[in-house]
Design a protein around this ligand. Structure first.
Ligand SMILES: [Zn+2]
Length: 447
């Protein structure tokens, strides 16, 4: 089994991540977070929110609706250009994303260029291709009372899309924020939320899914200061990934994205790549989006997006630096960094070496023996006390102590506390560390 398969298996076995709609045989490109996964995911998202929003004076939160006026996606360019090159095998009718089955071509590949690569169909092995067609990745739906047999014109008037990125929910609120709190430049608007992409071939576990959570900041700056602000954001991303989330610096690589591979709106992009178990993949992006979005909104809405500098009275449309990270991608980076195998007393052990601030549980409290009422009573007392102090404390009285340790190791519980007969005498407990498996005794009052 590869390391990725080991992680997928642990995720299912311990309740971190299940395949979406599992009971009905699944739904491609969707994943559900189970009880443990929700806790880890929330800790990751909370750490981001605290670091970028709560601990800063000039970054504010936004929570926009997922359904937006379709003009949004026309102005942003998504209706026209948010598309992948779709190619169909004429022999077996399989459909593929052309740039994913052939090396050395990108999303803007033409039919001629693709045919010249002499790619064989990954399913049937033949070489008989139809033309490259642009496949828009936005999920389309209808809003309001539209029936399947209504005429096309009525239906077209009511088209809406599930948002393909959270960014536009921020840009469309820029004016509201200026009109209400009028922050000094530079300032940022941060949002966490779902985004949807109809990927032609979802794969690689939660790396390329059809529904994901994003954490994005649009950082509005005076146009002539974009370079210094780009650098500020760049170093903040490293600080967050390495010091707050605890990813190993040596697994993070910056990739300066060349012009031809950049999104249509960006004048500079750095992809932060991460060494996942299956190879290097994009973890997050940092893009200089210029005034592309605000200027397009101004044109499409007829409303001014000007910012008036409080000191100089000069007016201009701010430029934007955007750090954007997918929660699932970060989640998998955290898990693959934490997944560790070692040997304890001659037996293989699997444990999640999660940083303390991300571990679903800080402590697990256990009685040494379940069938001794006095131990149970004391253990419950300790458990209730710690639960008030730290919210993330769990209780485990299943099986024997050895099995409990193994289970807690696999879900990354930071420390296990065991109440034994000595506890009844002197109020001390055994504390066992997840990473070292070392045990020490400590007074209950010092926990
Ligand atoms: Zn085929």
């Amino acid at each position: 089994m590869s390391k990725l398969e080991d992680i997928v298996s642990l995720c299912k076995r311990r309740g971190f991540i299940f395949p979406g709609s599992d009971v009905y045989g699944g739904m491609a490109g969707t994943w559900d977070f189970g009880p443990l996964g929700v806790m880890l995911k929330k800790n990751i998202m909370d750490a981001w929110w605290k670091f970028f929003v709560e601990d800063r004076d000039n970054i504010y939160g936004i929570d926009a609706a997922i359904l937006m006026n379709p003009k949004t996606w026309e102005a942003s360019g998504h209706t026209a250009t948010f598309a992948d090159p779709l190619v169909e095998c004429k022999e077996c009718k399989s459909r593929f994303r052309a740039d994913k089955i052939t090396k050395g071509i990108n999303e803007s590949v033409t039919t001629e260029e693709f045919l010249a690569t002499h790619t064989k169909c990954p399913v049937c092995g033949k070489e008989n291709w139809g033309p490259i067609r642009k496949f828009n990745m936005m999920f389309q739906t209808h809003v309001g009372a539209v029936l399947p047999d209504d005429d096309k014109e009525l239906a077209n008037q009511n088209i809406a899309y599930l948002r393909p990125e959270t960014a536009q929910g921020i840009f469309t609120n820029y004016k509201n924020v200026i009109d209400t709190i009028y922050p000094d430049l530079p300032f940022g608007l941060a949002q966490q939320g779902k985004a949807f992409r109809n990927e032609i071939s979802p794969r690689d576990f939660i790396l390329r899914d059809r529904e994901c959570s994003q954490m994005e900041i649009e950082y509005f700056v005076a146009p002539n200061t974009w370079e210094e602000n780009f650098e500020t954001m760049r170093s903040l991303q490293h600080e967050f990934l390495e010091n707050i989330i605890g990813l190993d610096k040596s697994n993070i690589h910056e990739l300066e994205v060349p012009k031809e591979d950049r999104a249509h709106y960006s004048k500079r992009t750095i992809d932060f790549m991460f060494d996942y178990p299956g190879g290097e993949e994009e973890l997050m992006g940092l893009a200089y989006r210029t005034d592309f979005d605000l200027s397009n909104i101004a044109k499409a809405s007829g409303k001014s997006m000007d910012y008036r500098d409080k000191k100089t009275n000069e007016t201009f449309v701010p430029h934007v630096i955007e750090p954007s990270i997918g929660v699932e991608r970060l989640f998998l980076a955290v898990l693959s960094s934490a997944y560790t195998e070692d040997e304890v007393s001659g037996e293989k052990r699997i444990y999640l070496k999660l940083p303390q601030n991300l571990a679903p549980y800080r402590y697990c409290v256990s009685p040494l023996l379940k069938n001794k009422p006095e131990l149970m009573e004391k253990a419950k007392e300790v458990y209730e006390k710690l639960r008030k102090k730290y919210s993330n404390v769990t209780w485990d009285d299943s099986g024997n102590i050895g099995k409990r340790y193994r289970k807690q190791d696999e879900i990354g519980t930071y420390e296990c506390i065991v109440i034994d007969f000595d506890t009844l005498e002197d109020d001390t407990v055994t504390i066992r560390n997840r990473d070292t498996t070392e045990q020490i005794r400590k007074n209950i009052a010092d926990l």
